[in-house]
Write a protein that binds this ligand. Structure first.
Ligand SMILES: NC(=O)c1ccc[n+]([C@@H]2O[C@H](COP(=O)([O-])OP(=O)(O)OC[C@H]3O[C@@H](n4cnc5c(N)ncnc54)[C@H](OP(=O)(O)O)[C@@H]3O)[C@@H](O)[C@H]2O)c1
Length: 326
């Protein structure tokens, strides 16, 4: 297929493009920053510079390149720091998930594109009640914390718009696998604490595994929503000390909920204490997906050992087991 990858220069895009080419697909890869043209070309794709928030430009790019499939991986999260003002930090990404999705879907319809896959998110979205691991059929949180309302609404908009158009929304777990992952510096500097009892459950996914699931979704017939997460959703109190150990950092601090609420905001408290994880059973069953890093336990070591080596630190392989997939 000829595949139009919106966001080819991003963290997932740079893993996805080579995997698509290995499978024999032709790739048109978009980027926003002019300096990324060469990066996309070096991956083996035909680069095209577009602003996804300009529907005229998107229409021209899609009609001009005549793809069989489109995958939307564009976000604006490179400088994400402020989780207290969550919606403000996600504002541009929310526009990419609403207006950007609309622009791509309209262009896809006009160009007769057969397949459409888009990036969504699994963690923090499922209802904060019942068991710790949720499937795609479980209810979403009906009352997201106020600071996250617009962000949660944008993800929901994307899921609904894409599946209504016959496409696939991939609810990824928290990405890791690059040496500049957002978690690394805060954990190393002990700025990422365990809040309260640390019972909030996180679902992670290594970027290589996320890209592999995306290739399979593009090659799959039919619409749907899939959680793309690893086999081991785990509470913060369990994975965070392991990550600190792997990074050669001191153990994480513990802070009470009230203090975290004051300094970091309600969203951080919710993620640290109440969030639910996600099950990957449907993606494995229907897409035939297998994971290279079934747990963050091996994945963190694989991803960060090189970082530690270059910084002269020792990495420690983790040992215990936690929640397992339903
Ligand atoms: N599920 C998750 O946990 C998740 C999801 C997404 C991102 N992240 C993390 O967030 C960090 C930043 O992500 P990233 O490195 O992928 O960078 P990013 O800044 O989020 O960019 C992602 C892609 O979207 C493109 N883009 C941004 N604005 C655009 C626009 N208006 N129109 C068209 N394309 C646009 C970027 O192009 P240019 O780079 O050329 O500007 C890039 O190709 C990474 O650590 C990543 O792992 C995590």
């Amino acid at each position: 297929m000829r595949i139009f990858v919106a966001g080819a220069s991003g963290a997932i895009g740079i893993r996805l493009v080579p995997q698509l080419i290995d499978r024999g697909h032709e790739v048109i890869g978009t980027h926003r920053s002019p300096r990324n043209a060469e990066r996309v070309r070096a991956l083996g794709a035909e680069p095209i510079e577009i602003d996804l928030l300009d529907p005229g430009v998107v229409r021209k790019a899609v009609l001009g390149t005549e793809p069989d499939a489109i995958v939307h991986q564009a976000t604006a999260l490179a400088d994400l720091r402020d989780f207290k003002h969550f919606d403000r930090s996600f504002a541009q990404t929310n526009r990419l998930r609403t207006e950007g999705t609309d622009a791509l879907l309209a262009a896809a319809r006009e160009a007769g594109v057969r397949r459409f896959v888009a990036q969504s998110y699994a963690s923090v979205r499922y209802a904060r009640e019942g068991g710790p691991i949720k499937s795609e059929d479980d209810p979403l949180d009906p009352t997201p914390v106020p600071a996250m309302r617009e962000t949660i609404a944008a993800m929901r908009y994307l899921d609904e718009a894409v599946t209504a158009a016959g496409g696939i929304a991939l609810r990824y777990g928290g990405f890791y696998g690059a040496q500049n992952d957002g978690l690394v510096e805060p954990v190393r500097k002990r700025q990422f604490p365990i809040v309260g009892d640390g019972a909030g459950v996180s679902s992670f996914i290594h970027l290589d595994d996320a890209a592999a699931a995306t290739v399979l979704a593009l090659e799959h017939d039919g619409r749907g929503i899939y959680n793309v997460v690893d086999d081991e959703p785990a509470p913060v109190r369990e994975w965070l000390p392991v990550l600190a150990e792997v990074l050669g950092a001191k153990p994480p601090r513990r802070v009470p909920r009230w203090l975290a609420r004051l300094f970091a905001g309600e969203a951080v408290v919710m993620m640290g204490t109440e969030s639910r994880g996600a099950s990957n059973a449907k993606a494995k069953r229907e897409l035939g997906w297998t994971l290279r890093y079934p747990s963050w336990r091996q994945g963190f070591v694989a991803a960060y050992t090189a970082t530690n080596r270059s910084a002269g630190r020792n990495a420690h392989p983790p040992s215990r087991t936690s929640l397992s997939q339903a």
